[in-house]
Ligand binder design. Structure first.
Ligand code: ACO
Ligand code: OAA
Length: 378
């Protein structure tokens, strides 16, 4: 293998070319289709941003209206999927439930007409529409309740919060939640997106692509870290305990969840926006203990680990926002998935346009020419 050095975790190796998003990890810049994330967080909303990511341009008023209408129309899930989900153990993790349900969509819609733009559009709409319904349905069913039907008069974020809590959300809280979705929608070739792209490159159906990506997002080194952050804050318990916690973690070379990033050597720009959102929420309702612990934790981690380029990432403040909205901790990562479906779909579509199956190589470091030893002689 000439001119190609093995890099664990493929660090720094370009595995694709993409026009979807851009990260500058030293300047803390994130853009979707060239537009800075802060502008989208302030001025756009999730479905418009999803359209931008998937089709490459901001929609006109008419294009946005028809896209929103199509998504509303497809929000309901088939009763057979709902019944299947009812059989899932209520103690199971919602990410596993989501992965299985996303894959199950393929049982109903897997025509695999990947060269047909209508099929692509339908799959995009179905996945954006149905994934939130499946997350909310599992949450209600594991509590022994019937799922709530989607409400056509509510926007994307409000409808999800309504299906989850069975009450219409406060408009400010719904707006904050929508911004969270926009912030999580896309992030270049991260692990789950890469997983989606590898699966897509075999020309399988988009539901299998999403199921692969959901399974990858679930891990604690990736999307699953948002859930771990809350458990760390609970474990620390008070602002005074923060410094000893960090010192012990650093001494034991133990990772602190919600910090560090392969690309960012500075604070993740999304963490800055999420922190501002958390502050806006707490300014109304009173600052909670965990927020104060989080701020102290960020300060001490910066003191101890900034020399290694370790700062807060997107998973650090998101949980505090979701917790304040009354969302159970084990739904934080499924909510990340609801948002990231937009990015996965954008990469699926981009991959199909220039597809070549992913098939990297390896350096074999095992033995050669060994003799087979019969079982009685081992
Ligand atoms: C949406 C997302 O996926 S954002 C990331 C969410 N994940 C987390 O928050 C989990 C905690 N963070 C991590 O595990 C890592 O920083 C990752 C997985 C995000 C990036 O991993 P990598 O780029 O492979 O970095 P790697 O794990 O090699 O760490 C490099 C060095 O920084 C240290 N380090 C990295 N992250 C942390 C952390 N969170 N806490 C303490 N030390 C850390 C490592 O111990 C290592 O130190 P060393 O060089 O002395 O051995
Ligand atoms: O880019 C990454 O490696 C992880 C990340 O922040 C994301 O997926 O949002």
């Amino acid at each position: 293998m000439k001119g190609c050095e093995y890099k664990p975790g493929l660090e720094g190796i370009p595995a694709t070319r993409s026009e979807i998003s851009y990260v500058d990890g030293t300047k803390g810049i994130l853009e979707y289709r060239g537009i800075p994330i802060k502008e989208l967080a302030n001025q756009s909303h999730f479905l418009e941003t999803a359209y931008l990511l998937i089709w490459g341009e901001l929609p006109s008023q008419g294009e946005l209206e028809s896209f929103e209408t199509e998504v509303r129309y497809h929000r309901r899930i088939k009763y057979r999927i709902r019944d299947m989900m009812k059989c899932f153990p209520e103690s199971g993790h919602p990410m596993d439930a989501l992965q299985a349900s996303a894959a199950a969509l393929g049982l109903f819609y897997s025509r695999r007409a990947l060269d047909n733009p209508e099929y692509i559009r339908e799959a995009v709409v179905r996945l954006l529409a149905k994934i939130p319904t499946m997350v909310a349905a599992f949450q209600l069913m594991r509590k022994g309740n019937d799922p709530v039907q989607p409400r056509d008069d509510l926007d994307y974020a409000s409808n999800f919060l309504y299906m989850l809590t069975e009450r219409e959300p406060d408009p400010f809280e719904a707006r904050v939640f929508d911004v969270c979705l926009t912030l999580h929608a896309e992030h270049t070739i991260n692990a789950s997106t890469f997983s989606a792209m590898v699966t897509a490159s075999t020309l399988t159906d988009p539901y299998a692509v999403m199921a692969s990506a959901v399974g990858t997002l679930a891990g604690p080194l990736h999307g699953g870290a948002n859930e771990e952050v809350i458990s760390i804050l609970e474990q620390i318990g008070s602002v005074e305990n923060v410094r000893p916690y960090v010192e012990e973690a650093v001494a034991n070379k133990q990772k602190i969840m919600g910090f560090g990033h392969r690309v960012y050597q500075v604070k993740d720009p999304r963490a800055t926006i999420l922190q501002e959102l958390a502050e806006q929420l707490f300014a109304q309702a009173g600052f909670d203990r965990y927020y104060k612990i989080a701020v102290e934790l960020e300060k001490v981690v910066k003191e101890k680990l900034a020399h290694k380029g370790i700062y807060a990432n997107v998973d650090f403040y998101s949980g505090l926002v979701y917790r304040h909205l009354g969302i159970p901790t084990d739904l934080f990562t499924p909510i990340f998935a609801i948002a990231r479906v937009a990015g996965w779909l954008a990469h699926w579509k981009e991959q199909l346009a220039v597809n070549r199956i992913f098939r990297p190589t390896q350096e074999y470091i095992g033995e050669h020419n060994r003799s087979y030893v019969p079982i009685e002689k081992r």
